[in-house]
Design a protein around this ligand. Structure first.
Ligand code: PMP
Length: 405
């Protein structure tokens, strides 16, 4: 048997994808010019698929902080914090994130993926029940493969489905640990968090919320859905990433649990991998300052969300259910999605294409992510380009004709 025989279905799908002439999963950014533009295939391209929600990758103060840190402390830590020790700045970053959330403790990880993987599989152990939303991110699903806990899935964004699962568990021994996301990464919808928290309280379940896509975007201070839903004190753990709004790489979790520090010697994805390099720690610390000092970035982001979401909705595109920085555009099938994606790239616009098995319910999507520093003109142009392509592909009703007819 060949090593990849078990992936036959996937190989076939991947071959289909490549028939378009480009491989959407191996795109090369020949040069990144700014948070919103890069050279791809020799052409200046508008970036609307990079999760760079505040555009901080090119923020001069974050860049300077990173450069200074390299000069002062070198390029890398060359080991994990339990082996090589923590730098003063790792500890400072943790204190600043904890303060940002008004929580007592914070632990930073080398990626958000590792934060979810390690934290979730450690908090829910043998004899416990881990309850996850069906549309959870891959890092949460992968944590389920690592945990010794029983894994139970509930319907996406459906508190009554979670309640039914918790009720069925009855008075079985073990902790119940529920994992939710602030904004879901494919369709951009957010959890009805208040309702979920009520259910969790009723059944004594612990709650972890992943704010990867909502940090900066939601809440009066940008603390995410937990803040905007008014449940910061009810979430036992909040997880997030530095790779989106904060424009760098890394992950974190915060909590008020008095025994929090035991995580530093139990979470394997923290213990057995190299810690964040000084440059990243410095740029993230600065990015957090920018998030606090410039609420206008959030206002600008939401104004851009309105331009893109409402612009596409007005043209008749089928979109994810909510306004938000992630805008998922539904297309009828995988091949149309790939062809559409390629036509957009040829027209100088980069978005993500998301197709089964990576999507919820087998949907095929173009996944757009809006940036605070996109201009209105850039997004209006994108709506026009997408509308033209959609007509070519026959996936959009002609609203003008419909009105006339
Ligand atoms: N959680 C969610 C919901 C995500 O979408 C992602 C990244 N796409 C992650 C966690 C992982 O983040 P990172 O890039 O820091 O590994």
């Amino acid at each position: 048997m060949g090593l990849f025989d078990r992936y036959e279905g996937l190989l076939e799908a991947y071959r289909d994808v490549r028939t378009t002439g480009y491989d959407p999963f191996q795109i090369r950014m020949e040069r990144v010019l700014s948070p919103t533009e890069a050279i791809i295939n020799g052409r200046k391209t508008l970036l609307v698929g990079t999760n760079n929600y505040f555009g901080l990758t090119f923020d001069p103060s974050c860049m300077e902080a990173a450069i200074e840190a390299i000069r002062a402390e070198g390029t890398g830590t060359t080991g994990s914090r339990i082996a090589n020790g923590s730098y003063t700045e790792h500890v400072a970053l943790e204190q600043e994130i904890a303060e940002f959330y008004g929580k007592k403790h914070c632990m930073v990880f080398t990626t958000g993926y590792q934060a979810n993987l390690g934290l979730i599989s450690t908090l829910a152990g043998e004899g416990d029940q881990l309850l996850i939303d069906a549309d959870s991110h891959a890092s949460i699903y992968d944590a389920c493969k690592m945990t010794q806990a029983e894994v139970v899935r509930f319907k996406h964004n459906d508190p009554s489905s979670l309640e039914a699962r918790l009720r069925r568990l009855g008075d079985r021994p073990g902790n119940r640990v529920v994992v939710l996301e602030g904004i879901y990464s494919m369709l951009g919808d957010s959890a009805p968090l208040r309702e979920f928290i009520d259910v969790c309280k009723k059944y004594g379940a612990y709650v972890i919320v992943d704010e990867a896509h909502s940090l900066g975007a939601l809440g009066d201070n940008g603390r995410g859905l937990c803040e905007s839903a008014g449940v910061l004190d009810d979430c036992h753990f909040i997880v997030g990433t530095f790779s989106k709004t904060l424009g760098a790489i890394g992950g974190y979790c915060v909590s008020n649990d008095p025994d929090f520090d035991i995580l530093r010697v139990t979470v394997r994805s923290y213990m057995f991998t190299a810690s964040l390099p000084p440059s990243i720690v410095a740029s993230v610390r600065q990015a957090l300052k920018v998030v606090k000092a410039k609420p206008e970035l959030r206002t600008q982001l939401w104004s851009n969300v309105a331009t893109l979401y409402e612009g596409l909705a007005a043209k008749g595109f089928k979109l994810g259910p909510e306004h938000g920085p992630v805008v998922g555009v539904h297309l009828p099938d995988r091949m149309i999605a790939i062809g559409f994606w390629r036509a957009m790239l040829d027209a100088g616009i980069y978005v993500n294409v998301a197709v089964p098995p990576a999507t919820p319910n087998g949907v095929s999507l173009l996944r757009c992510s809006v940036c605070a520093v996109h201009t209105k003109e850039q997004l209006e142009h994108m709506v026009e380009v997408m509308t033209g392509i959609a007509r070519q592909f026959g996936v959009l009703e002609d609203r003008t004709l419909r009105v006339v007819g």
